[in-house]
Write a protein that binds this ligand. Sequence first.
Ligand SMILES: Cc1cc2nc3c(=O)[nH]c(=O)nc-3n(C[C@H](O)[C@H](O)[C@H](O)COP(=O)(O)O)c2cc1C
Length: 251
Amino acid sequence: MSVERPCVLVGVTGCIAAYKACEIVRGLQKAGVRVKVVMTEHACEFVGPVTFRALTHEKVAVGLFDDPADPIHHISLAQECDVFLIAPCTANVMAKVACGIADDLLSTTALATTATLAIAPAANVHMYEAAATQENMEVLRRRGVRFIEGDAGYLACGDTGRGRLADPAVVVRETLGLLVERVGIDALRAACERWGEVPFTAVVEQVETARVAGATAAAKGRTDAFSDMSKHPTPDMPPGMSRFRRLRTPR
Ligand SMILES: Cc1cc2nc3c(=O)[nH]c(=O)nc-3n(C[C@H](O)[C@H](O)[C@H](O)COP(=O)(O)O)c2cc1C
């Protein structure tokens, strides 16, 4: 786990929605979070590593054997992050993670990490609803992977249905909620005050919104959960924060 600045590793995969990862990266940065990016080769067909490099001011990793300065790159990436968010995540990468396949940098890092693993899927409705994909998602849920799913709607391929990437703002706030669960509200507050671009109170409001959404989802039988943050009250924490409760033991 990072000592000073909470770190989210964003994994970008080969989807039309890959460009939305730029917005997710920026949203997390505004809260003061350190963001690193790892991409699949196919993701680079949709958006270039140079974009993420410019946004994050960090090296952007694609190939397993790319970085001569860091010969075991997947392990350092896996260990540096508090949350590994794969967004958008293809049906292919969900299948690989569910099976423990580690044949590129992103999937190898996913297997190697002990950080909170979060997945925001994006796929054509038929790929998404395919029995294989749904079973893979179920396996991952059972193992404690946290899903951030979008609503049904119009898809870029022209179909309508499930499989849309969740709104980037929703992905950001759910991820911040997971980060708080992992490192505590004090660490997020310190990062926000030192590196953030928006006030801490605004970040807390986002996290609170995610908690409410998580509680609603949990009531519907989904597995989203947030920690009891009432043990970490802060002076500018809105009243709602004291209502944080652990709904389910995370991974
Ligand atoms: C234009 C285009 C759009 C695609 N969009 C998606 C998508 O949204 N979700 C998905 O699961 N696969 C999508 N695919 C298929 C993936 O790119 C393909 O399965 C690829 O092997 C995924 O590689 P990766 O998972 O290593 O990134 C798309 C392919 C093309 C050509």
